[in-house]
Ligand binder design. Structure first.
Ligand code: ADP
Ligand code: MG
Length: 574
């Protein structure tokens, strides 16, 4: 791209001032502002359309980021995340904000939450740092407000850039804290396997959140910081923080028990989000979990396409097939079974299950019920009879919140009891009780777990077009992807945390079609997509640079594909 001078931008703005909004299209191009290059990549069609897409690139001889701020992948991702936050804050400081009609005057950038995620909003390398953001080109009514645009381009933006992208203007202590925090968490995540644990919860962690909708830490005099029981304590040495102690959740089967409202679900939620790194001050910076951990829940109403759920469910009424189970309207138990099988299909190594969001009949069938309803009339083999086999045969661990059934003591390796938000190791006591009061229920469902059947997605069943027109993919918040004419509901994916992940997944669903050749399995397809992203960044998902993508996992991409109601699959022959 040929670089114009910033004075050319000024001239164009003067020329098109007060003209119809479409004349803004003339701005497209790259402009040299001395300290940085401004790219106007996409110009919005009218003041009410989604805002224009811009980039700013500052050369490292001006930006001056020391190599150690991005010398490894952890640091690089954390630095990019940090700069996105600083840029966001400085928009608030230096931009006047909304003025005129529609999105006029707004400057915006992806706003990160409690997680430190790989984002497409900021890139950094030895040559330059680049920021991608949105700008609502200002209008009065439907005509160009050239004077206001000039103010945005020549006053506001330079101030934002100067205070966000030049290293010596930044608070280096806070920047390094961000980087060090992410690096420690990544380091710890790598250690988990050698330690024989699936999750680590550091002493002193603050687990509860401000509210159900506010994911910042609960700030209250009554907050109880996490204290690990002696018997489960593990010490680790981290590159930045040094020695840290905390609770290890061991491989195998762990129960989290305890009275209602004593903090069980809060602990499980923290473990579930330990697949991500958290910002300093979050309280869960050192709650770190195996990246192949999937939260499982019941999700009645979802569609299921040819999933082999026969490990859990067989002999449905009217001979309905459960080896290649299809439904447009799953029940609580069939949806929970399918959610497990689909996670295993993509390679999950740890399942997290909370009784609060489970189907009761999927979790337990007690002695009396076994007497009343014989096994030949009950299609469901409850999870209690499958969890050990799953661990023994496939090495898949489970962490379960279960306050309501002591029958689970028989299959547990560890029992953690939450009492007033403090964990206690009740493994021995639970064992004694299990010995003293023998469970009268009989194990059901055979001696082996059963097979995990891979499936092959058919590209033609994922159609992102709307009628004859172009590909149309959009998202609504965190939980909805509009894919062509279909709406994909993701509310059950509790490990999805950022709408920019949802946006990336929507485009990745379409991108993934190129690998659906009628031979590759869903697992191979999503793994190939993830490899492309690893090699060439989230940018692979879009033909032009997009600033509002965030990292997601293969599990969430597969889960979104699985929830598309038009999806057709073939089962892979065993
Ligand atoms: P349970 O699953 O055992 O019924 P929850 O995990 O839902 O309990 O927690 C109940 C309430 O206690 C929630 O409002 C939660 O925010 C709060 N809470 C959880 N852990 C703590 C803690 N460590 N300190 C203070 N409050 C907490
Ligand atoms: Mg609960």
């Amino acid at each position: 791209m040929r670089h114009l001078k910033s004075s050319d931008l000024k001239k164009t703005l003067t020329r098109i001032n007060r003209k119809g909004y479409k004349a803004y299209k003339d701005l497209k191009g790259a402009y040299d502002f001395g300290d940085y290059l401004l790219y106007i990549d996409h110009v919005q069609g009218d003041p009410f359309a989604s805002p224009s897409r811009l980039r700013v690139r500052v050369n490292q001889d001006v930006a001056g980021f020391p190599l150690d701020t991005y010398s490894n992948r952890s640091r690089e991702i954390a630095l990019r995340d940090y700069l996105s936050r600083v840029f966001y804050r400085n928009i608030g400081r230096f931009s006047e904000g909304s003025r005129g009609s529609g999105k006029s005057g707004l400057i915006s950038i992806d706003r990160p939450g409690q997680e430190i995620l790989q984002r497409s909003s900021v890139l950094i390398n030895k040559e330059f740092v680049e920021v991608r953001f949105f700008l609502g080109l200002p209008a009065r009514g439907r005509s160009i407000a050239g004077d206001q645009a000039e103010e945005m381009f020549f006053k506001e933006l330079p101030a934002i850039v100067r205070h966000s992208l030049i290293f010596r203007k930044l608070d280096s202590a806070s920047l390094y804290e961000h980087i060090h925090t992410a690096e420690d968490a990544d380091y710890l995540r790598e250690l988990l396997t050698d330690l024989g644990i699936v999750s680590f919860v550091a002493d002193g962690s603050i687990l509860p959140r401000a509210s159900g909708t506010d994911k910042r830490p609960l700030k209250d005099k009554k907050v109880v910081p996490f204290v690990c029981p002696e018997t489960l304590r593990i010490e680790v040495q981290l590159p930045n923080r040094g020695k840290v102690s905390g609770m290890g959740i061991h491989r195998g089967i762990t129960l989290i028990v305890g009275g209602g409202y004593h903090g069980k679900s809060t602990l499980l939620d923290a473990i579930m989000l330990g697949i991500y790194n958290h910002v300093p001050g979050d309280g869960r910076e050192l709650v770190v979990t195996d990246p192949k951990t999937v939260k499982i829940r019941a999700e009645d109403g979802r569609r299921i396409e040819k999933v082999n759920i026969s490990s859990f469910i067989s002999n449905l009424p009217f001979g309905q097939d459960t080896v290649a189970f299809c439904t447009d309207n799953a029940s609580g138990s069939t949806s929970q079974a399918a959610n497990i099988m689909e996670a295993l299909e993509i390679g999950a190594k740890v399942l997290l299950i909370d009784e609060d969001t489970s189907a009761t009949n999927f979790m337990i069938r007690d002695h009396r019920m076994q007497e009343l309803v014989s096994k030949d009339r009950e299609p469901i083999t409850p999870f209690i009879d499958k969890a050990r086999q799953l661990y023994k045969e496939y090495g898949v661990s489970t962490v379960l919140v279960i306050g309501g059934s002591g029958d689970y003591f028989d299959i547990a390796d560890h029992v953690i009891c939450m009492t007033e938000y403090r964990p206690y190791d009740f493994t021995e006591r639970a064992r004694e009780i299990a010995h003293k009061y023998r469970a009268e229920r009989r194990p059901e469902g055979g001696t082996a777990f059963g097979s995990i059947t891979e499936r092959i997605p058919l590209a033609e069943s994922l159609d992102p077009r709307r009628g004859q027109r172009d590909v149309k993919i959009s998202t609504k918040g965190l939980h909805t992807i509009v894919f062509g004419t279909e709406s994909v509901e993701l509310a059950a994916l509790e490990q999805l945390v950022d709408p920019s992940q949802t946006r990336a997944i929507g485009d990745a669903m379409s991108y993934a079609r190129r690998y659906m050749d009628g031979k590759r399995t869903l697992r191979e397809v999503v793994e190939t997509v993830m490899r492309d992203i690893e090699e060439r960044e989230l940018d692979v998902l879009s033909p032009s640079p997009k600033g509002d993508y965030a990292y997601f996992r293969a599990f969430e991409l597969a889960a979104a594909i699985n929830r598309l109601r038009t999806l057709r699959m073939l089962q892979k022959r065993q």
